[in-house]
Write a protein that binds this ligand. Structure first.
Ligand SMILES: [Zn+2]
Length: 898
């Protein structure tokens, strides 16, 4: 495939020359069918072996397909096809294909953007060697980049120049990339494990180039990690990253030319929070890791998307775990999985990790494909162990390097490389829904046994094979420890009896057992258990399931686990369970109250409250004294989000009351723990004084604890002055955002909040990324003052800081409202729903991918009370009646299904 691009002002002219031959066994009468977006791409000519084809007589274009009749093709052998097109990248507001972002030409071809450039078999299993020549104006586009190696530079006179790139690795067109513009660059290098030197370059707008250093370091760490953990060495002499402002997704792994949303590259002490730094490192890693898992071995078709995404998310999670705190990363990932992917699984948008059908593949870049897909890979890892997993991974490359394959191929490699029977793990690819796991433990004092009966239930889902009776029991790895009265893990050295065709494996210290649940219900009996244990079930969250334990663990048992469990994930889980049960009781009590005020909620009379607060205060003190990992403590002390509580208690939930109950909980907690919170804040500030800013473990953990203390103190009435001071004294973005966040959500320090908000916007208005932080917070706070939420949102949209065509700004403002402003979005007059529908309609006309990504809050209508269900359904019907893009239509029509 040889591509020639002429970029002239706002226009692109292309000539695509490909060598094609009829596959063996394909009938002589079969036509050649190519994909191409006729509404965007103007066809200038089609040539076979140099002869121009005649429209209608020799080829036809219909429904975005070009069909070249068999008579127009040679009877046998290879032939040359030339397709010439013309289009206007500047008018490409969908940001799919070749478009212009802040003056820079750039591409996004996954999944089906290449057809907006030229007519081509746009599917991942058609792989070719690409050579790309780019011609452009020297002043406007001094930088010309594509995949592979630069093989030729030409000065064409007339202030024009050309660059020719050749990528020696075969690839599908979704991995094609082109960048042309006036960009600044930083360069460094990496020496691979075999001693080869690779040049590393990061390109960004001139004004942002001094914020690319952290991304460069992240890339070097990722390259080293992939060599050490998976034995994978980079396969070219050059690796480029380009940061652009207008990008629908996070980043894209195009071979050797990764294109990034600039929010995931640019970072400095002043502009990025610790969370942003960590996210940048993980996404730089993710895209780099795709070079093998995705690029060298790619997907046969888009149903297999999780083949590359689930595996690569698992790899980037492990990268972060190996570099930082494994427990904190695992907790954060699970919190996200439960809050977002479990919600998707419970909604009409539920689908298996390997979907059965789709209208627009763009709609399947989902949490299920990515996050649940990664959990599925993690289960292989848990079942096969680190070595067994690596054996399977190596066999996968031995068999399939350079091919486009399926999740079944991955499964077979893992299975063939190991003797363990994992057959029923395969069902996780095809069955949607979050399994429910029930664990019932019985201790027999006489026989000295602990018998644990595990039962799995798969829910009905809305997808093609979603009926409950179609679903078969899956292989679920359940990691278990038994904690003795002394607070130590019991050694599980006695015999373990499994029912049916199952097995248990023990970890090296024989304190954690992985029970393989393969049937609907099985009992695992541990012998030689001399005293009644407290069970620690699903350690490390060994499977993406909803666990219930019977008999339910008492508050005392949970506090015992919180203090003693050797598994840091389950220690965190214990704290969450106590807080959750208190919140659930209060939410149930107040759900139906039409005029609930925060002051009506009294959580302090809950039977578990005093013990919970005592334990948490102890943890705060220990963290302040440096006896506990402060980043873990921040996770352990944070209580479940409103969206999580709504999901737990659905259907029939009044979301605004849930929000008020949670606020009352935080307020009551802060009042009781005030002294400890103030001490934590003072200690953190004293420790930070005079210290140079670093993004390292101890400093990040300290800022996490400090942010928590500030946030909690912010819920108390008259502390606005203290928060204002914290805001003005902040030396870095983490502390700035912590202070701003603490000022939010409470009308009692509105003046302080408004002053800080104005100051922040004034400082960052011209920064496309940092201003998104303001938009997100402003969206969450809309309606907190005297102006109605929707009116305030409209006023923000009219301000210069907002740009409806920039996906980051759109996601921040509209997503920040629908996802982060519970009283505003769920206002009981339906105004929040109507507002978001209006915005979806107007965005759909500009950028359908962006619109459909923001439509998912409507798919959750069944969670809420009758009145809100009715209001949301009315908006869904209104949307359906409008002329929608296929992207948005698919989401909205699915959301309506019963
Ligand atoms: Zn990816």
């Amino acid at each position: 495939m040889s591509l020639n691009f002429e970029l002239d002002g706002d226009e692109a002219t292309t000539r695509a020359t490909s060598k094609i031959s009829r596959r063996e066994g394909v009938d002589r009468s079969a036509p050649l069918v190519l994909n191409g977006k006729a509404s965007f791409v103007e066809l200038l000519g089609v040539y076979v072996n140099g002869k121009a084809l005649v429209n209608e007589a020799e080829f036809a274009i219909e429904n975005d397909l070009m069909t070249i009749k068999s008579d127009a093709l040679p009877a046998s052998g290879a032939f040359t096809l030339v397709v010439e097109t013309k289009f206007q990248p500047v008018k490409n507001t969908e940001l799919s294909g070749l478009y212009k972002s802040s003056g820079t030409f750039c591409t996004q071809c996954e999944a089906e953007g290449f057809r907006s450039i030229t007519y081509y078999p746009d599917r991942p299993d058609v792989m070719s060697i690409f050579t790309t020549r780019i011609v452009a104006d020297k002043t406007q586009c001094p930088v010309l980049l594509s995949n592979g190696n630069l093989i030729k530079s030409e000065d064409l006179g007339n202030n024009k120049h050309a660059a020719t790139w050749m990528d020696p690795w075969r690839k599908p067109c979704y991995l094609f990339a082109l960048v042309a513009g006036d960009l600044a660059m930083i360069e460094d290098k990496f020496v691979t494990m075999s001693g080869r030197e690779v040049a590393l370059r990061i390109y960004a707008q001139h004004k942002n180039i001094d914020r690319c250093g952290f991304a460069m370091g992240s890339l070097q760490r990722a390259m080293k990690w992939d060599e050490e953990r998976f034995g994978l060495e980079y396969d070219l002499d050059l690796f480029n990253i380009v940061a652009v402002d207008d990008f629908n997704m996070g980043a894209m792994e195009n071979k050797s030319l990764n294109i990034f949303n600039s929010r995931l590259v640019l970072a400095s002490q002043e502009s990025a929070t610790d969370a942003t730094f960590e996210r940048i490192e993980s996404v730089i890693g993710h895209e780099y890791f795709h070079n093998y898992t995705g690029n060298r071995i790619t997907c046969r078709d888009w149903f297999q998307l999780s083949l590359k995404e689930g595996l690569t998310v698992f790899r980037d999670q492990e990268f972060t775990c190996d570099l930082h705190s494994r427990a904190v990363k695992r907790i954060a990932d699970v919190r996200y999985l439960r809050a977002a992917q479990f919600a998707e699984d419970a909604s009409p948008l539920a689908h298996p990790v390997r979907p059965e059908s789709y209208q627009k593949i763009d709609n399947f870049y989902t949490l299920t494909v990515y996050e649940k897909g990664a959990e599925l890979i993690r289960m292989y890892h848990t079942l096969l162990g680190r070595e067994g997993f690596r054996k399977g991974f190596d066999l996968y490359f031995e068999r399939h390097d350079g091919q486009a394959v399926t999740t079944d191929d991955f499964f077979r490699a893992m299975s063939d490389a190991n003797s363990t029977d994992i057959e029923k793990l395969k069902l996780w690819y095809s069955q949607a829904g979050t399994p429910a796991l029930e664990a019932a433990g019985v201790y027999d004092e006489v026989a000295k046994t602990y018998a644990l009966t595990l039962t799995q239930t798969l829910p009905k889902t809305n997808d093609v094979n979603g009926a409950a009776e179609n679903k078969k029991p899956q292989l679920i790895p359940v990691s278990i420890g038994l904690v003795g009265a002394d607070g130590k893990d019991m050694v599980l050295s006695g015999e373990i009896k499994c029912e049916g065709d199952s097995k248990v494996t023990l970890n090296d210290s024989k304190t954690t057992a992985v029970c393989r649940l393969t049937d609907k219900k099985q009992t695992f009996t541990f012998k030689g258990i001399n005293s009644k244990p407290v069970p620690s079930i699903l350690r490390g969250f060994s499977a993406p399931v909803k666990l219930t334990i019977t008999p339910e663990l008492t508050t005392d048992e949970l506090l015992f686990l919180l203090a003693n469990d050797s598994d840091e994930f389950n220690r965190w889980e214990a704290s969450q369970k106590i807080a959750t049960s208190i919140l659930h009781r209060a939410c149930r009590k107040h759900n139906a109250n039409e005029s609930l005020e925060e002051s009506d909620v009294n959580v302090t009379s809950d039977p578990s409250w005093a013990k919970y607060v005592d334990a948490c205060r102890g943890i705060i003190r220990d963290a302040t004294a440096g006896k506990l990992d402060r980043a873990w403590v921040e996770e352990a002390l944070s209580f479940p989000a409103t969206t999580q509580l709504i999901q737990d208690l659905a259907p029939g939930v009044n979301p605004v009351n849930t929000y008020k109950v949670r606020k009352a909980f935080a307020h009551s907690f802060a009042l009781e723990a005030r002294a400890d919170l103030e001490a934590a804040l003072a200690t953190c500030d004293a420790e930070a004084a005079g210290l140079a800013y670093e993004v390292d473990g101890p400093q990040v953990s300290r800022r996490a604890l400090r942010g928590y203390a500030l946030r909690m103190l912010g819920t108390i009435g008259d502390v606005g002055g203290m928060l204002s001071t914290a805001y003005s004294a902040a030396q870095n973005m983490t502390d700035t955002v912590a202070a701003l966040g603490a000022l939010c959500g409470h009308d009692n320090h509105a003046t302080h909040k408004n002053a800080a908000f104005d100051d922040f916007l004034h400082k960052w208005e011209d920064d496309n990324n940092v201003s998104c932080t303001w938009l997100r917070m402003a969206a969450a706070e809309a309606g907190a003052g005297d102006i109605a939420a929707v009116d305030e949102m409209k006023a923000i949209m009219a301000r210069a800081v907002y740009d409806a065509k920039n996906p980051n700004k759109f996601y921040s403002l509209i997503g920040g409202f629908a996802g982060g402003n519970v009283p505003g979005f769920h206002a009981d007059d339906g105004s929040g729903y109507a507002f978001v529908s209006d915005v979806l309609l107007s965005t759909d006309a500009i950028n359908p991918q962006a619109a459909s990504r923001m439509a998912s809050p409507f798919a959750k209508w069944r969670l809420y009370d009758d009145k809100r269900q009715g209001l949301m359904k009315a908006q869904l019907q209104r949307l359906l009646a409008a002329k929608l893009s296929p992207n948005l239509f698919e989401i909205i029509s699915k959301a309506m299904q019963d």
